[in-house]
Ligand binder design. Structure first.
Ligand SMILES: Nc1nc2c(ncn2[C@@H]2O[C@H](COP(=O)(O)OP(=O)(O)OP(=O)(O)O)[C@@H](O)[C@H]2O)c(=O)[nH]1
Ligand SMILES: [Mg+2]
Length: 328
């Protein structure tokens, strides 16, 4: 896509053309040169969607659950965009491809929009551009944007940091709650789902989680205690309860002004992150800067300068933005 075609793409995007949505998502996901133009354009229309993260161990039934939840919300006339983040690891690649096909099949014939993204590097969590992709879906006008990721290690913290509500999906098996605590899932969950409740041990796991939670709420000022819901995703059992609890959580966030506060925090992080990235790019890509950096390094090597003074000189030297400041 060239810049001159972008305007056309935006026109179609505004007319709710799914192909235009797909194209813009691709530009953003690939971190195309014109991705910042896309994100600038769509930003003003974003910030309306309710963002839900669904995370949990591999094979817990997240996709099946997202599927069922999407259909449930659709019944309630709520439009949904889904982002499924797939680990690119060769070990799970095959299973995930099957997963994707299963999901697409289940959703075909509905107007629920689903998009897969590869999580580049790492075994799970978010792709670097997932929050931006969510912005694009948000601006497109979906009421709800769901992000599904495999929760492994620390990576699911990414999810919690970029959505309004986090659903942690566990399955009944021995030590499930202990694992959840170890992985820090107790900290990030707003709603717990025990999926595969058709299997033994669901009630035990539920009790363990409730016990763990009672400890948490005793020390936390946060007055929301994550509910624990048992589901059987393929049979859509427990799904309407899940939808109801999510609605309750959203209302809780709104009533306590937590929604705005969390979004402000995310915005601040995003701006700092982008500033860092921009600076880094300038350092590596601008040959004048690179030459000056080499010069400073030389001085430091010769003992004529220290790295701290070099930073000061360097910051003085680089003209970060050359245009006049806009009024803000
Ligand atoms: N018995 C039972 N099986 C289920 C349930 N939910 C999902 N499954 C099955 O579990 C398998 C994995 O389901 P997925 O929805 O792909 O799980 P996932 O968490 O998305 O998997 P990854 O994305 O690969 O981590 C599938 O074969 C599902 O049919 C359930 O409630 N009960
Ligand atoms: Mg899945």
């Amino acid at each position: 896509v060239e810049r001159k075609n972008l305007q056309n793409l935006f026109e179609n995007f505004k007319k709710h053309d799914l192909r235009a949505l797909s194209r813009l998502l691709t530009l953003v996901e690939n971190e195309d040169e014109i991705a910042p133009d896309v994100l600038k354009e769509i930003y003003k229309n974003s910030g309306r969607a309710y963002r839900i993260g669904i995370t949990g161990p591999p094979g817990a039934g997240k996709s099946t659950l997202v599927n069922a939840l999407a259909l449930e919300l659709k019944e309630r006339k709520i439009s949904i965009g889904i982002i499924a983040v797939d680990p690119t690891s060769p070990f799970t690649g095959g299973a995930l491809l099957g997963d994707r096909i299963r999901m697409t099949k289940a959703l075909s014939g509905t107007n629920i929009f689903m998009r897969s993204m590869a999580s580049r590097g790492g075994g799970g969590g978010l792709a670097r551009t997932t929050p931006q992709a969510a912005d694009v879906m948000d601006a497109f006008g979906f009421d709800v944007v769901i992000i599904e990721t495999v929760g492994v290690g620390q990576l699911e913290l990414d999810v919690a940091n970029s959505v309004d509500s986090t659903v942690v999906v566990l399955v009944p098996e021995t030590g499930g709650s202990v694992q959840a605590m170890k992985a820090g899932l107790i900290e990030i969950a707003d709603v717990f789902v025990i999926n595969k409740a058709d299997r033994d041990g669901a009630e035990t796991l539920k009790q363990e989680l409730l016990d763990a939670m009672s400890l948490r709420s005793a020390t936390s000022e946060n007055s929301w205690t994550p509910p624990v819901i048992k589901t059987i995703a393929p049979a859509a059992k427990g799904i309407s309860e899940l939808a109801a609890k999510l609605e309750m959580h959203l209302n809780f966030l709104k009533a306590n002004k937590l929604l705005a506060r969390a979004r402000l925090g995310r915005l601040r992080k995003r701006i700092i992150e982008l500033t860092k990235l921009t600076l880094e790019r300038m350092l590596w890509e601008n040959t004048d800067h690179a030459a000056f950096l080499d010069h400073l390094c030389g001085l430091c090597m010769e003992g004529k300068m220290d790295p701290y003074s070099a930073v000061e000189l360097f910051l003085k030297r680089i003209k970060i933005i050359k245009t006049k400041d806009p009024e803000v």
